[in-house]
Structure formats: C-alpha cells, structure tokens
Design a protein around this ligand. Structure first.
Ligand SMILES: Cc1cc2nc3c(=O)[nH]c(=O)nc-3n(C[C@H](O)[C@H](O)[C@H](O)COP(=O)(O)O)c2cc1C
Length: 202
C-alpha cells in the first residue's frame, strides 16, 4: 500500500470555502442536488475517522417532497420552510447496535466484543462518533460546492418514529438541509472567540 503524503496546507480559497466564508443557510436557491451528489458526499464523509471505524451514523436523505413534508411536520415552526425549500434535508441518526457491523468494519480485531452487553458504552460511543460523522458530512458537502443548514429544532422522537421505524435500534439526532444557499437568507456572522478564551496549551 502506497500512502501519499499531503503535508501542505490547502490554499486560501479552499479554506474560505470550508470555513472562513462558509455559513449556515436559512434559505435556498432553486437549484437541485442530485442523487449522485448525495452519494459523493457519503463517499467523502465515510473516510473520516470514527472509533474502531465504527461508523455508527445512519443517514436518511429526504429528497422527495413527501419525505420533506413528513420531516417538516416534526420541526418547530421556524425550521419548517428551511426543510421544505431545501433540495435535500438529511437526518443524522445513530445505531445503538452499531457494534454488530464491527466484524466487517474493523476486521483486524474482535472489536464487537468490546461493546457486547454494554449498552451505555454503545450509546456514548454512538453519539460521539455519529456527531463527528455529521461534521464530516458538512465539510464534505462544502468541499463539493454545496451549503448546509444544520438544525436540531425538531421532535427527535417523532423523527425517529417516522424515519427509523424499520430500524428500531436507531435514533435520530439532528437534521441538515443541503443545497445552494441563498445569500439573502443569512444573518451577519456571529462572533467567534479569540484563541485565549476557550483554549489552553499546556
Ligand atoms: C447541531 C446544530 C443545531 C442547530 N439547530 C438549528 C435550528 O434548529 N434552527 C436554526 O435555524 N439553526 C440551527 N443551527 C444553526 C446555528 O445557529 C449556526 O450553525 C450557528 O449560528 C453558526 O452560524 P454560521 O455557520 O452562519 O456562522 C444549528 C446548528 C447546529 C450545528
């Protein structure tokens, strides 16, 4: 196996696209997102690290009007249009029994054993790593030229019941609209802390 070293920083334009100028959008341009783009987002996000490569996140991509209607009904009033007008809104959930997939995902150790019979550890690990996967998802979407609108203002029990009915061990955690953001829909950027405020180098 040859590993290519990527030891140079990305250029300013890439950094701006991913971070500096990337925003959370509240409204969307009338421009579709294809199934191929959704699969491309996944092909990138799945490469992000998770503990024991556990990949506990489960994604439901609401692209049809019916699915978006169903999801919007679960949301607080102010989030409804942000779901309905987006080309895609993805539900990020996680599987409490993610360890069942570890023989496939982490074949060089019996990692399933670490989680067997320990639901508390699975819950903690699943929540932590699926949140990471959601972050990878947003960065993947941005790196493909798309914008994101993350939201937790939804009834998660209702979303879980509606969208994971056939996967009773999965739980919805948050949702994220994806598309081409309407610049008219964003507020001025909120303050970000200077380094010393929340960091210590020890
Ligand atoms: C997990 C999560 C939940 C959020 N929930 C909501 C929400 O329910 N409704 C909403 O309008 N914005 C929501 N936001 C958007 C945040 O307010 C926004 O990302 C933050 O203010 C930073 O904005 P910026 O990316 O434009 O700088 C959420 C963001 C995240 C990451």
């Amino acid at each position: 196996m040859t590993v290519q070293f990527h030891d140079r920083p990305l250029g300013d334009s890439a950094l701006a696209q991913l971070f500096g100028e990337a925003r959370s959008y509240n409204g969307w341009l009338d421009r579709p997102v294809s199934e191929a783009q959704i699969e491309q987002i996944h092909s990138l996000l799945k490469m992000g690290p998770t503990s024991a490569n556990s990949q506990p996140a489960r994604f439901v991509w609401c692209r049809s009007q019916d699915a978006k209607n169903q999801l919007a009904e679960c949301a607080i009033e102010t989030n409804r249009a942000k779901i309905l007008t987006a080309p895609v809104c993805v539900i990020i959930g996680y599987d409490l029994d993610f360890h069942e997939e570890l023989p496939f995902l982490f074949p060089h150790a019996d990692a399933k054993l670490w989680f067997d019979g320990n639901e508390a550890l699975r819950r903690e690990t699943g929540a932590r790593n699926s949140a990471l996967q959601g972050a990878y998802l947003m960065l993947a979407a941005r790196s493909l030229g798309l914008d994101c609108g993350p939201m937790s203002g939804v009834d998660l029990d209702l979303v879980t019941a509606r969208f994971f009915a056939d996967q009773p061990r999965c739980r919805a955690d948050w949702i994220c609209s994806i598309g081409y953001g309407d610049p008219a829909s964003i507020f001025p950027r909120s303050p970000r802390p200077e380094f010393a405020r929340f960091n210590r180098i020890v």
